[in-house]
Design a protein around this ligand. Structure first.
Ligand code: ZN
Length: 211
């Protein structure tokens, strides 16, 4: 089974090559009009979906393996070192999650206790600023499929002008524990423009109900 990605930025949906993964996106302003159109179409096509839930596996989202995620920092530049550590201590740990950060890791592996592996690099004009996927073993059934090892990557080829590394890390690391997109700009899981580097009370309630 191939890698399944849950996050795209800046128009990845329109890239000519992509995996079979279902992808969900927030995009740069240039794509906003397209995104709004897509959201509108979905809203019309799936009127029965009344739930406001933005939590659960499916579409490339996987819950973390357990409530004590080991977060491996691999080859991160300073901005994202700080951002990943911030999310661990100030976003994850105030909830029922109890994370640990493993600095200066060179491999991403279950055997090393890694549950969330964070990388940054100049990945090129990929269409995404940040992306999350399961690179370990999925287990369980939707909507609570967990992955033994979720990977988050931050693309230094793009300059994030709208959101800080803290906000982008909050967003991707939110996906890595099962949070999905929301239109609410009170959460870093927002897929609408700028968002703060925090989860809102709704996100926290979902996380606490599942860990
Ligand atoms: Zn996302």
């Amino acid at each position: 089974m191939g890698v399944r990605a849950s996050e795209i930025e800046q128009g990845r949906l329109h890239a000519p090559t992509r995996s079979t993964a279902q992808r969900s996106a927030w995009r740069s302003p240039a794509w906003r009009q397209v995104r709004v159109l897509v959201v509108t179409v979905l809203a019309v096509a799936v009127p029965a979906v009344a739930s406001a839930s933005n939590f659960g596996s499916g579409g490339g989202i996987f819950l973390a393996e357990d409530s004590t995620p080991g977060i491996a920092r691999l080859s991160l530049t300073n901005g994202f070192v700080n951002a990943v550590t911030y999310v661990a201590t100030s976003v994850y740990d105030p909830t029922d999650l109890n994370s640990s950060v493993q600095a200066n890791q060179t491999n991403c592996a279950d055997a090393l206790g890694h549950d969330v592996c964070a990388f940054d690099d100049a990945y090129g004009v990929t269409g995404w600023l940040g992306i999350m996927d399961c690179v370990g073993t999925p287990f369980g059934a939707d909507p609570t499929v967990r992955c033994t090892r979720n990977r988050v990557r931050f693309n230094l080829s793009y300059v994030a002008t709208v959101n800080s590394p803290h906000s982008v890390a909050c967003h991707e690391m939110g996906h890595a524990v099962g949070l999905r997109h929301t239109a609410l700009t009170s959460s870093c899981l927002s897929n609408v423009g700028a968002f703060p580097p925090v989860w809102n009370a709704h996100d926290v309630a979902h996380v606490n109900a599942n860990y």
